[in-house]
Design a protein around this ligand. Structure first.
Ligand code: UD1
Length: 422
């Protein structure tokens, strides 16, 4: 297994290009199942999660081809041969469950494995099921699989979600595009990836309004057609690299970044003493003097502070002046990076969903282990700011969500290399 060697090397300066959003791409790809005609995505990131979704769509009979080094993903679901998402693929990646809504809407039936436990919490699918049932689907759990059917087709309805789940919103919106009549989804998630999905569905002929607010209205249509869509910028990759100059000092411009994608996160950086400024090419982040100040963080659905940046923010708080409290409200078990950061000299106490971090002057390099995608990159950020060498093992987690991480950080002056495993 490969590992990453990071050596603390002082301030970072230069530019980092930000890729298309993994999480947007993972919901845009299943949207191809809604139409017989091809869907082409430009700006698709080169990540192992995208390969997993490709394998899942291919297992259903879709044609998927990556052109230009993965930047363009062309998909066609003309001749689907299966409506079953197998456990072997779904267990690798929870986002596989996003084929449920589209398959059910187009074919009137679908069988999708439950994802099972994952490192950051139980992550059930009850909210997806409740939403699809409100559209007239009948769903049963048998042998670990959700068996969904809607013999007479899906029908629009009014549904209020108990929690604004991102994935459930995406599944319900996709399903409702082909339902008879109008669907009103209340307490919908407002994430930019959902806005991106709706923009793509609209290009395919769907009639949707209200995306980006907590009420989305979908007027069902008989069929959707092909389209070409550019995937929105990855706000989590953006936020992660915004932390690189924050933690090491220096000034880095994140190309393609926009403030509207990271408003609440940028406000926290500002409060910590890091400047964030929008330029015509992206976002410029700088820390010129002294240590950052401790700030408290509570993770919330968008537009609140994203859970997917909590681990990276904790790495920054490890060397802040003062004590910060980080409260994780989205996932119940998402502090697995804390003991690894402690190995590097951090002072962190975790009680349930709350971590209290007292900043130390300097972290010290150590061998550490990545436990999930965002934890892995938080350890890299910590290593960049630490004295000496940090070796992060189990970096396959990193490959799920960060393309060319070594090249991007080297480009701004970091000392980082990938070490090939056996
Ligand atoms: C998506 C993102 C993930 C991010 C998360 C929250 C993708 C591919 N992944 O995941 O990176 O961390 O949003 O911003 O877009 N829940 C239920 N029942 C359900 C569904 C969810 O209880 O039916 C719970 C989950 O266990 C979790 C919380 O709701 O505690 C948030 O989950 P959700 O918003 O659905 O996240 P995902 O769509 O899985």
């Amino acid at each position: 297994m490969d590992s990453i060697l990071v050596t603390g090397n002082g301030p970072l300066n230069g530019q980092i290009p930000i890729a298309g959003a993994k999480n947007a791409c993972l919901t845009l790809m299943p949207a191809t199942l809604l139409s017989e005609e091809p869907l082409t995505l430009t700006n698709a990131p080169r990540l192992s999660d995208i390969k997993t979704m490709t394998a899942l769509l291919q297992s259903l009979g879709a044609e998927v081809s990556s052109l230009q080094d993965g930047q363009v993903q062309a998909m066609s679901s003309h001749d689907l041969t299966s409506q079953t998402a197998d456990y072997e693929i779904v267990r690798k990646m929870r986002a596989s469950n996003l084929v449920l809504g589209p398959l059910l809407a187009r074919f009137g039936h679908a069988v999708v494995s439950l994802p099972g436990g994952c490192a950051i919490g139980a992550r059930p699918m009850d909210l997806h099921v409740e939403g699809l049932e409100a559209l007239g689907a009948e769903i049963e759990l048998k042998d670990g699989y959700l068996h969904a059917k809607a013999p007479g087709g899906l029908k629009g309805g009014v549904h209020e979600m108990r929690f604004a789940s991102v994935g459930a919103t995406e599944n319900i919106v996709m399903a409702a595009t082909l339902a008879k009549g109008t669907t009103v989804l209340k307490n919908a998630a407002r994430e930019p990836e959902i806005v991106d999905l709706v923009e793509c569905l609209r290009k395919m002929g769907a009639q949707i309004s209200g995306e980006g607010t907590s009420t989305i209205e979908i007027q069902g249509v008989d069929r959707l057609h092909g389209a070409t869509h550019q995937v929105v910028t990855d706000r989590i990759e953006l936020g992660t690299y915004m932390l690189a100059p924050a933690i090491c000092g220096g000034e880095v411009e994140l190309l393609g970044g926009r403030m509207r994608l990271v408003e609440s996160f940028a406000a926290k950086l500002d409060a910590a003493g890091v400047s964030v400024e929008e330029t015509d090419k992206g976002l410029k982040v700088a820390r010129k003097n002294g240590r950052v100040r401790a700030v408290d963080v509570v993770t919330e659905p968008f537009p609140g502070f994203p859970t997917d940046l909590q681990a990276q923010m904790m790495a920054l708080m490890c060397t802040a002046e003062g004590t910060s409290v980080l409260e994780e409200r989205i996932f119940e078990n998402r502090f697995m990076h804390a003991p690894e950061l402690v190995r590097m000299g951090a002072d962190i106490e975790v009680h349930g969903g709350t971590a209290t971090v007292t900043g130390v002057e300097r972290l010290k390099g150590a061998p550490v282990m990545a436990t999930d995608l965002r934890a892995s990159v938080s350890l890299i950020l910590a290593g960049l700011a630490a004295e000496g060498e940090t070796v992060v093992s189990r970096v396959y987690h990193l490959d799920r969500g960060y393309e060319h991480v070594v090249r991007k950080l080297e480009g701004v002056g970091a000392k980082i290399e990938r070490i090939k495993g056996q």
